[in-house]
Design a protein around this ligand. Structure first.
Ligand code: DP6
Length: 338
């Protein structure tokens, strides 16, 4: 085969994750090291996911990336960090049938083309960077024959976007903040897989698909620079909540799960609180990421149906835009569509 006539590609799909104990604040901006542990639920990729194809060919002259159909610059530090980390771990590859052989050294020189799609609003506070960067790392690692395990890949995804490290696992995931200055121990681990606590249903109320006004990155930078309370949160509040949340997940204890998730979210839905008070024990938990869209977690499918009924009545979907739409997700595992 002529040297420039081949293309090698991998396609992967990665779901987003929703934090129930949030990551908010960095101790190192470059390596993306957080000031506290966090815990999230990874969603089912059918609804909120990124699909990414990565390809190399001797014919490609530059690294390029297209996000949702539009070419964007790859010069940003975060993309470059991810590409560098993956390339440095590439191993020899051989496809005898197609006559393709790539040595570790040659991977460094081959340019990559990346095409990535989100099936949900980008940067509207639905953790699109989490799914996107996790998918990029996962697909590049497959393409370049990287042999590291998911935990080591999570440390690379973390350098693309903090919350992305948690999307490399399905089910319930903890991002351990770590102690090392080089970030080697700041990795994600799976607390329980997607089959654990199968009853939980996550409903995402998409009230706005507009780009959020403040990015998580600058929001948390402002908080760390200006808030005294954030130190208290990181040192006292979150460590206790993390322990309690781990126990609640292990025991499938919904009242504790709901209390902790709601307490850790920065906004209040009076409807959910009123309902939970009325029933005497929590039926639904709510949590928000950095945007206005609400994530509701119901304790079982029956409650989810009731909740949807209420939401559709109180906030009917609007036909002229994707306002007030609802996405239902189960917990899930990472899918390799390649
Ligand atoms: C509110 O991971 O998007 O969703 O690391 O700067 O890319 P960067 O921020 P990002 O922040 C997510 C913040 C959050 C909480 C969470 O997911 O834990």
């Amino acid at each position: 085969m002529a040297a420039d006539k081949w293309v090698l590609s991998v396609t992967a799909q990665t779901p987003t994750n929703i934090a129930v104990i949030k990551y908010w604040g960095k101790r190192d901006e470059e390596l993306i090291l957080p000031i506290n542990d966090s815990i999230s639920v990874t969603l089912d990729p059918g609804h909120l996911c990124t699909t990414t194809s990565v390809a190399v060919s001797p014919a490609f002259t530059h690294d390029r990336i297209w996000l949702n159909g539009k070419e964007v610059s790859l010069s940003g530090g975060r993309f470059q960090n991810v590409l560098r980390e993956i390339r440095s771990r590439a191993t020899d590859y051989e496809d005898e049938k197609r006559g393709i052989k790539i040595t570790k050294k040659e991977w460094e020189k081959l340019r990559v083309h990346i095409v990535s799609y989100n099936n949900f609003p980008t940067a509207a506070g639905l953790a699109s960077s989490a799914a996107g960067l996790a998918c990029l790392v996962f697909s590049l690692a497959k393409l370049m024959n990287v042999k590291e395990d998911h935990s080591q890949l999570s440390a690379i995804a973390r350098q693309g976007s903090g919350s992305a490290c948690r999307s490399l696992y399905g089910g319930f995931v903890k991002w351990i903040m770590g102690k090392e200055d080089n970030g080697s121990d700041s990795v994600a681990v799976q607390l329980a897989d997607e089959k654990h606590w199968d009853d939980l249903v996550v409903i995402i109320a998409v009230v706005s698909s507009k780009q959020k006004e403040t990015s998580s990155t600058s929001g948390m930078r402002d908080t760390v620079e200006t808030s005294e309370l954030i130190k208290h949160r990181a040192k006292e509040v979150v460590p206790k909540r993390i322990k309690e949340m781990e126990a609640a997940i292990a025991k499938r204890d919904f009242p504790s799960f709901a209390r902790l998730a709601c307490a850790d979210s920065n906004q209040i839905i009076s409807g959910v609180e009123k309902w939970n008070r009325h029933e005497g024990t929590p039926q639904v938990a709510y949590t928000f990421d950095a945007g206005p869209n609400a994530v509701l977690i119901s304790k079982d499918r029956k409650t989810a149906a009731l909740l949807l009924q209420r939401l559709l009545f109180q906030f009917p979907p609007q036909s002229d835009a994707d306002l007030n739409s609802y996405v239902i997700g189960d917990k899930t595992i990472l899918k390799d569509a390649g």
